[in-house]
Design a protein around this ligand. Structure first.
Ligand SMILES: Nc1ncnc2c1ncn2[C@@H]1O[C@H](COP(=O)(O)OP(=O)(O)O)[C@@H](O)[C@H]1O
Ligand SMILES: [Mg+2]
Length: 492
């Protein structure tokens, strides 16, 4: 067997730690599994549980906590799954050294798992530094410029967009006709940074300004290892007035499985209350409100036509069938070269003509409890599936019971303050909704600061199912009638 020194010499500058080739030699080895994360939060425990469920006694589990963006719980919350000495913390360079050292101490097969959006690029940077191959289509989905550039190859998927680098004025006249323009960071991960404008000039001015132009959550070491170039670039694109949906599923070689989750309403919460985001071209400056964010209202799966929706609720239909939308998703994945992994594709069906537009491809399971509504509908736990695929295993057939119609509904904090009671969420009223499950996103006593209000300030997620659409919509109305959790303002 080649020594690691020999291996590392034969690699390019990025893969000087050259651990990769051990894996390629195919010797029966013990496995070292690193869950890469950038924060320890409620989800981390769930991920660790699912990773643990896939492991055997020949595997050692580590947590590789990447420095740069820390928020959340302490390590005490994850010690049930990983020993203290198996928790590594530092920059990607530092972590790569530590991982390489561990890998050199025996014959190991090495796995670096990334399950949440903000750990995907750090995990890829670690792979690069260790000389492991990158997963195809992943950088292409995290960098919204690259996604759009690739979509341009396919007439049915192509979208108008311009790339703007803050600090570099661009004198281009309005290149596309639109009612509104959306500005978003090329590497954005939270709708907080997505702004809409009525005029091209305003959008361009905002996109060019260095103010607010942080290097959107891409730590420097990560961008260096992956040669990402400028990570503060922004995109301007036409605002697609229409119904939002996600395509949630997995692809592994020739197997493809997906469902569509249809957002009956996307809300824009402002300090004056909620606004529906479809056909509300009236006052885009609301997006600058201090407490504003774009979030999901009730979401159902499969998609629903107007004829089956009650009127007067401001719920938007999807005209295209689930099969057509999934085919669109498959085309997007093929176009960006994404062939192996779990995906959460976001798109919109334009109200005017029913054309489908891509918003973004997230190479991971859906957030909130959308993974759970997807599980109830399809039988696939996409978080678990993600772990399986990343461990190089075949996706097993689904085991759990499925339902014909599912609902997902997030509760958000409506103003800053302290979560002081759960309202009706865990009381008698909620219990009368058959099968209703409510997952907490935070604990009682959680503080929502001013700055938390512009990034979806989740409190809890409701998930329900039914075998008829009428039954599901009845449950949906019951959930919307629950008294929401109470947030006590800091001043009280
Ligand atoms: N071109 C667009 N037209 C209409 N709405 C958009 C557009 N781009 C983004 N949005 C809205 O903003 C939200 C967040 O944008 P997205 O690109 O998904 O960023 P993030 O990575 O922050 O989730 C979307 O879910 C959608 O509601
Ligand atoms: Mg998104």
């Amino acid at each position: 067997m080649e020594t690691l020194q020999q291996l590392s010499r034969s690699r390019d500058k990025h893969s000087r730690l050259g651990v990769a080739s051990q894996v390629q030699l195919g010797i029966s080895m013990k496995r070292l599994v690193f869950l890469v994360t950038d924060q320890i939060y409620v989800k981390t425990r769930r991920y660790l549980q699912k990773v643990t469920d896939c492991l055997d006694e020949h595997t050692s589990l580590y947590l590789a906590h990447v420095e740069g963006f820390y928020r959340g719980l302490s390590y005490a919350s994850v010690r049930k799954f990983v020993n203290q000495q198996n928790i590594l913390y530092g920059t990607v360079e530092h972590l790569a050294e530590r991982i390489a050292k561990l890998a050199r101490s025996g014959s190991f097969e090495l796995f670096l798992l990334a399950l949440n959006q903000s750990s995907i690029l750090p995990a890829m940077a670690l792979r690069r530094l260790l000389g492991l191959p990158l997963r195809p289509g992943f950088i292409e989905s995290c960098d919204k410029r690259r996604t759009r550039k690739l979509l341009g190859k396919c007439a049915d998927l192509a979208v108008d967009y311009r790339e703007i680098t803050p600090g570099e004025p661009n004198s281009e006249a309005n290149p596309f006709e639109a009612d509104q323009y959306v500005v978003k960071p090329a590497f954005g991960m939270s709708s907080r940074d997505v702004k809409t404008f009525k005029e091209w000039g305003e959008a361009k001015h905002y996109a060019e300004s260095l103010e607010h132009a942080k290097d959107w959550v891409v730590p420097e070491g990560v961008s260096r290892a992956l040669d990402l170039g400028t990570t503060n670039a922004r995109i301007i694109e036409p605002y697609i007035d229409g119904t939002e949906f996600s395509i949630d599923g997995w692809i592994q070689r020739d197997s493809f499985n997906a469902i569509v989750q249809h957002k009956l309403r996307v809300i824009q919460r402002t300090s004056r209350g909620d606004e529906s985001l479809v056909s509300q071209a009236s006052n885009p400056s609301r997006l600058h409100d201090q407490w504003s964010f774009i979030g999901d209202g009730p979401t159902v799966s499969p998609p629903v036509h107007a004829a089956s929706l009650p009127s007067g609720r401001g719920w938007n239909e999807l005209k295209k069938s689930e099969t057509t939308i999934c085919t669109f998703g498959r085309m997007v994945l093929d176009t960006i070269g994404f062939s192996d992994g779990v995906f959460h594709i976001e798109g919109r069906e334009r109200q005017a003509d029913g054309r489908l537009f891509l918003i973004e491809v997230n190479p991971r399971a859906p957030g909130g409890s959308l993974w759970k509504s997807a599980l109830l509908r399809s039988g696939y736990d996409l978080e678990f599936t993600d772990v399986m695929i990343q461990l190089g295993q075949s996706v097993p057939p689904p085991k759990s019971q499925t339902y014909k119609h599912v609902l997902h509904y997030p509760f958000y904090a409506i103003h800053p303050g302290i979560l002081s009671d759960w309202g009706d969420l865990f009381g008698r009223k909620a219990k009368t909704v058959l099968g209703l499950q409510i997952d907490k996103a935070v604990k009682l006593g959680h503080h929502f600061q001013d700055e938390d209000m512009s990034e979806e300030p989740y409190l809890a997620f409701a998930v329900a199912y039914d075998d008829t659409l009428d039954g599901l919509l009845r449950k949906c109305r019951a959930v919307l009638k629950l008294n929401p959790p109470h947030i006590r303002p800091f001043s009280e």
